[in-house]
Ligand binder design. Structure first.
Ligand code: PEP
Length: 253
C-alpha cells in the first residue's frame, strides 16, 4: 500500500510572519486528517519558525531546493546538513529550477544523493515542456530525467512528482486520464529498470494546476499517489480541500 502524499510548494511566496500565520490557520484541520502524508514546503527562511510551530504535528516540512555539498565556500547556498536539522523532505529538480537556473539531470541527481545521505527524503520533479509534448517526446524526456536515479534512491523512499511544464501555474491542468497514463509509463519504466518491488512501492505524484475543484479527478486514478501543489497550497480552504478529498478517495474500503 502506498500512502498518498500532498505536498504544498509555496515557491517564493510568504514572509516569515505570513508563513507562520498560514500554518497556524491550517494546522488544526490538517492534523485531523489521516491517511495522507501532508507536507508544506515554504521558503528556506521560514523553516526554523515553522518547525517550532509544527512540533508534535503530523504535518511534515520540506525545503524547495538544496546544494549538494555539505559545507564550504558556496556563497548563498544551503546544505543538506543544515536542512536535516529543520525539515524531513526536499523538492529537487523542480522545472522552475531546471528552466531559470539551468539545473541539469546530473545536478539534480547529485542533489538527490546528497539529500539521501543527510537523511532527507527527496521529491524529485520530472516533466516535459510544451514543445516536447507537442513533438511526442514526453516518454523520451522522462526516461532521460530518470536515467541517473539509482535503485537505492527509490529504496530509501524517494518520491517522484510528474509535472508537465505546460500545466504548472497555467491553470491548464492535464486530465486525470492523461496524467494517469504518463505516470503509468513512469512506473513501467521503473519496473523494467529495477523490478516489481521498487515500481510498486514508489510514490508518484501529479503536479500542475491542482486545486480543490480538480483533485478528485487525479486522485481517483490508480497510478497517481498524490499531488505537488503550487498556487492552491497558499490558500487554506483550497489546501485543506485537496488533502481531505485525497484522504477520503484513497481510503481502503
Ligand atoms: C508546482 O509548483 O509544482 C506546481 C505544480 O504549481 P501549480 O500548482 O501552481 O501549477
Amino acid at each position: 500500500m502506498r500512502i498518498p502524499m500532498i505536498a504544498g510548494n509555496w515557491k517564493m511566496n510568504t514572509t516569515v510572519a505570513e508563513a507562520v500565520a498560514l500554518v497556524k490557520e491550517m494546522r488544526p484541520e490538517l492534523d485531523r486528517i489521516d491517511n495522507v502524508d501532508k507536507v508544506i514546503c515554504p521558503p528556506f527562511v521560514s523553516l526554523a519558525a515553522l518547525r517550532e510551530l509544527l512540533e508534535g504535528s503530523s504535518v511534515k516540512l520540506g525545503a524547495q531546493n538544496l546544494y549538494f555539498e555539505e559545507k564550504g565556500a558556496y556563497t548563498g547556498e544551503i546544505s543538506p546538513l543544515m536542512l536535516a536539522e529543520l525539515c524531513q523532505l526536499v523538492i529537487i529538480g523542480h522545472s522552475e529550477r531546471r528552466q531559470y537556473f539551468n539545473e541539469t539531470v546530473e545536478l539534480a541527481d547529485k542533489k538527490v544523493q546528497a539529500a539521501l545521505k543527510a537523511g532527507l527524503k527527496p521529491i524529485l520533479c520530472i516533466g516535459e515542456t510544451p514543445r516536447e509534448n507537442d513533438a511526442g517526446k514526453t516518454e523520451e524526456v522522462l526516461t532521460r530525467q530518470l536515467s541517473l536515479t539509482s535503485k537505492q534512491a527509490y529504496h530509501t523512499g524517494l518520491v517522484l512528482a510528474y509535472e508537465p511544464i505546460w500545466a504548472i501555474g497555467t491553470g491548464k491542468a492535464a486530465t486525470g486520464q492523461q496524467a494517469n497514463q504518463t505516470i503509468g509509463f513512469i512506473r513501467r519504466h521503473i519496473l523494467k529498470q529495477y523490478g516489481k518491488e521498487i515500481a510498486q512501492s514508489v510514490r508518484i505524484l501529479y503536479g500542475g494546476s491542482v486545486t480543490a475543484d480538480n483533485i478528485a479527478e487525479f486522485i481517483k486514478q490508480p497510478e497517481i499517489d498524490g499531488a505537488l501543489v503550487g498556487g492552491a497550497s497558499l490558500k487554506t480552504s483550497q489546501f485543506l480541500g485537496i488533502v481531505k478529498q485525497t484522504s477520503e478517495i484513497k481510503r481502503v474500503k
